[in-house]
Design a protein around this ligand. Sequence first.
Ligand SMILES: [Zn+2]
Length: 452
Amino acid sequence: MDGIKIYRGVNQIGGIVTEIRKGDHRILIDFGASLPGTDKAESTDDELVNKVFSDRDVKTDAVLFTHYHGDHVGLKNRIPADIPLYAGSTAIEIMRLIAVGVDFVKIKNGKENEIEMPVINRIKPYWRLGTYRDFSGIKVMPLVCDHSALDAYMFVIELNGKRILYTGDFRAHGIPGHSTFEKMITQRVGKTDILVTEGTMVSRIAESAYNPIRTEAQLKQKAMEIFSSHRENVVLVSSTNIDSVMSFYNAVPEGMAFVCDPYQARIMKIAIEARHKYFPGDYRYRENINIICSDDNEYCMRDLKAFKVPGTDRHPFVMARWEPINEKGFVMLARPDRNPAVKPGKFKSLVDKMNDPFIVYSMWGGYLKGGKAEDLAVVSFMDGHMGAGHMELLHTSGHAYVEDLARLMDMTEPGMIIPMHTESVEDFAKAEAFGKFISRIETKNVGEVYEI
Ligand SMILES: [Zn+2]
């Protein structure tokens, strides 16, 4: 039956697999693992893989990844080796960088057969953006969009004369989204027949109303205020949430030092190279990036040390020397340690040595003590630093606010709206913000086909 089938990720944030089918051919969009802390998963990862590949008569022409978050790519190793895989070229670079560390741990734990690099090496970059590729009658045009992952994609899909917009995870309030969202939708997408959209924030309206920081621009502004009034600033942020990382980097007051580790620096380098042409205000090298090397061994920044800003003689990456940095005051990016029970990691050890660190917590509040998906690594990092005056929550969502979803509906005028990536499709189907579009929302269970 030709149409759209969501295998997982209707009443579930993440763990996504969607099928677009024509005759006995199909493409799949994403192949994600269930996020930790998912209340009741629609299926286990094993059940999902079995279901997707149980029909041996259908040929999978490609798997298209929207972005590199685990809930969209986490099960990529389970895709048969003869199926072509696609993702954004910068997203592939970042996946490779992540895999270096992940595979190292896997090999150390005797899980060589689960390493990720061979699969990542199979992923091809998308064809020319804004143009279609035909997969056995399913035509797909990738469009780069704003999300808390760099180089994320939406797709315009043409199937049986119908025009579909498949949004993937997106937002309109990051560094790129702020200026490009409306232009992209009106110029590249326009009127669509079917809108398949994420709806993460629909169940988080109250939560987001409580957070006064709505956009990355506001986050940067607030970070500047905080950094100006504290000397030892520590920012707990996901290293791959690049817009926020760049906002914090750009919020460092004149004369203060910016500090991070080689992994974070390498991601920043990839991001700046990919984006500085398009967003020269926020994606540029503005001062020395001080790298923390374990045991003061410079080997860990071998490639970074040699790097020069193209067209100049500037080496932006330098090894951190704590004495002068301490004197000036600093902003340090940090990560929680994955094995806090085994030994405190380098960031926690550094924080413990500081006089009066101020922690900017820039991750989802649900990971904190008593949160919805309490994360031991986060809890133990924050232990002793949760008091008022010692930390501040400063986080923007990676997902579109409800008013932006409504704006998207206005701009695309879809005849049918299919919600996914929600905590509750029922909430989505009755969200007042959607006005006249409410009657066009159709919900089905996972595994049921929206026929086209
Ligand atoms: Zn997601």
